[in-house]
Design a protein around this ligand. Structure first.
Ligand code: O2Y
Ligand code: MN
Length: 601
């Protein structure tokens, strides 16, 4: 082990050293480099990556401190079919996860890892999810042979010396091992060992598969730990809505993919509401860790330090705050690169470049189609920006606060063309858990698969819950009982359509009008009508000043079709049956109660 200069390592932590040595013996890197988080280190890593072509420097006059990276064409999104939960019992992983026994997982991945870092450097990245030293936070150590991963982890998490110092001699850290190996899809595995607090990811170089602090630790492993330790790890944005008096209400919200979570987290108040003086403060756009405090209420932190956002469609209209956030110190992955090292993506403001090299590394011109007549994209639809939280113009000043923010409302969202009204409030916590457990989206024409097909995604956690979803719902119910003052739970649907297939609600900044109603409900103010599905706004309690929204449209937005909801209840019953005995009885009781309310309506 002398080749790795163990005596020079910046830690005395024996458990950590033993583990790094063991992993190095398996992967056989030529050298080991410990990440300290300094600016000098960043400059060295960037210049090395520029030398190998792993990064391309963007036009610095336009994109100061920004770099470009292209991943392999077969490696552009999370690979859910190769993502496994490796627990001793299959029951613990549940029907919502791919499962493998831990021994088999370690063996299969070891075969791929063995010798895979020969000729490469293994970086040791100590990182903290959550502010270093906060009672919410968890420490991880990621070993990786990718500079791109190190540079992304430096943005997405708190890394380096302060983390090692806080860890001290403890062996309470998530052991994260990542190797690119040969980037072969047939030799790719994303394995989670919740019972060992470990993650092994091999054969990928992209996003959620390799930035192991994000989906792997902060959701899959953390959800498992959260159940054991009595807290929540959720796929939720966190935002503060400051009312005209300066009082800020914080909400946490879960939406399935492609429902504009980042846009909502960075919402800009619309013209019609500006005069009231609302302001939005972004705490996070993807993940919330929440704990019950001594006041009997729920408090939340964003465990991340950056945004890993979808680029296409981002522009000054959809998300001006995101556009400002990504102007500097950002890594762009898989967008279009122009000959003068500028970048472009579908939906960007301004002119479309005459030519460029697209996400796949191929020459591209506007309007290109492939041999089958399909449009060739400049930027991959899942191309990403990685940017520091602090660059967001509306970042909350509580983002580094060890205590987090108090959550007054939890919002679940779905994409439903006809069924769900614009907003409704659950009757109580248990009913709110049912609302979250049954949230769903219908496929749009832009998505692969049958248009209109309903996909249920409980609490938007289907791909991220690190254990049995039935047990997860029971955990939600148990947590509710422990809170004296639980947050109120709401459901929103920005996507209701009229008979011509046009959106009834304008969305984007106008969603603040719905948040205003939610805030009023939390303050015990706005009136609501009791319906079989929950409390729905009385039309005159939603402020639509300045919106051209005819009263019939507002009525349609808030209406409930009993017949459609009876069908929905039957579909929920089918969905629940796939969870077998792990599904809490309370969920069945809630379903029966919904059916009874509908039959009386
Ligand atoms: O495709 C990936 O690897 C990234 S997925 C992702 C990234 C940021 C935030 N959310 C998600 C998601 O899939 O929910
Ligand atoms: Mn997400």
């Amino acid at each position: 082990m002398n080749i790795y200069r163990v005596a020079d390592w910046p830690t005395k932590n024996a458990a950590l050293k033993v583990w790094v040595i063991e992993m190095a013996e398996m992967c056989q890197p030529d050298r080991i480099v410990w990440i300290d988080g300094s600016e000098g280190e960043k400059d060295r890593l960037v210049s090395e990556a520029l030398g190998t072509g792993e990064l391309i420097e963007l036009n610095q006059a336009k994109w100061s401190g920004c770099y470009y990276h292209r991943t392999a064409v077969n490696d552009v999104a999370r690979t859910e079919h190769l993502t496994y939960i490796c627990t001793e019992s299959q029951e613990m992983a549940g029907p919502n996860n791919n499962w493998m026994p831990p021994q088999e997982g370690y063996r299969k991945a070891s075969d791929i890892f063995t010798g895979s870092m020969r000729g490469r450097t293994m970086y040791v990245v100590p990182f903290s999810m959550g502010p270093v030293g906060s009672p919410f936070s968890k420490t991880g150590i990621e070993l990786t042979d990718s500079i791109y991963v190190v540079l992304n982890m430096r943005i997405m998490t708190r890394v380096g010396a302060p983390v090692l110092k806080k860890l001290g001699n403890s062996d309470d850290f998530t052991r994260c091992l990542h190797g690119k190996a040969d980037l072969d899809e047939n030799r790719r595995l994303i394995l989670h060992f919740p019972e060992d607090n470990a993650i092994w990811s091999v054969g990928s170089g992209y996003g959620g598969n390799v930035l192991l602090g994000k989906k792997c630790l902060a959701l899959r492993i953390a959800s498992f730990l959260a159940r054991k330790e009595g807290w929540f790890a959720e796929h939720m944005l966190i935002m503060g809505v400051e009312d005209p008096s300066g009082h800020i209400v914080y909400v946490a919200a879960a939406f399935p993919s492609a429902c504009g979570k980042t846009n909502l987290a960075m919402l800009i108040p619309p013209e019609g509401l500006k005069h009231k003086g609302y302001r939005i403060w972004t705490v996070g756009d993807d993940i919330a860790w929440m704990r019950i405090d001594s006041d009997g209420r729920l408090w939340a932190v964003n465990p991340e330090a950056g945004f890993f956002g979808v680029v296409p469609g981002t522009n000054m209209t959809s998300n001006a705050n995101a556009m400002q956030t990504i102007r500097k110190n950002t890594i762009f992955t898989n967008v279009l690169l122009t000959p003068d090292n500028d970048i472009w993506w579908e939906g960007k403001d301004g002119d479309v470049p005459a030519q460029g090299t697209n996400w796949a590394g191929l020459p591209w011109t506007p309007g290109m189609v492939d041999e089958k007549g399909n449009r060739v994209f400049g930027a991959h639809p899942n191309s990403r920006f990685t940017a520091p939280l602090v660059q967001c113009p509306c970042i909350s000043n509580r983002v580094e606060h060890h205590h987090g923010v108090r959550i007054d409302a939890i919002i679940f969202g779905g994409r439903r063309a006809r069924l769900a009204p614009l907003v409704y409030e659950s009757f109580d916590w248990e009913h709110g858990v049912f609302v979250g457990a049954t949230m769903a989206s219908e496929r749009t024409a832009a998505q692969f698969g049958k248009q209109g097909e309903v996909r249920r995604d409980p609490m938007a956690m289907l791909p991220f819950c690190g254990y049995n979803l039935g047990m997860y719902l029971q955990h939600w119910l148990d947590m509710g009982r422990k809170m004296e003052n639980p947050p109120k739970i709401f459901h929103v649907n920005w996507f209701r359509l009229d008979d011509d297939g046009k959106f009834l609600w304008p969305g984007f900044g106008e969603n603040l009008r719905v948040l205003e109603w939610i805030m009023d409900r939390c303050a015990g103010a706005a009136a609501a009508q009791t319906t079989p599905i929950g409390y729905v706004p009385k039309p005159d309690t939603l402020d639509v000043t300045g919106l051209c929204l005819p009263s019939e449209t507002l009525e349609k937005l808030l209406s409930i079709d009993t017949h459609d909801w009876i069908e929905e209840a039957n579909d929920i019953e089918k969905f629940f049956s796939s969870y077998g005995s792990a599904l809490p009885q309370e969920m069945i009781r809630q379903l029966q109660a919904l059916k009874e309310r509908l039959s009386k309506a």
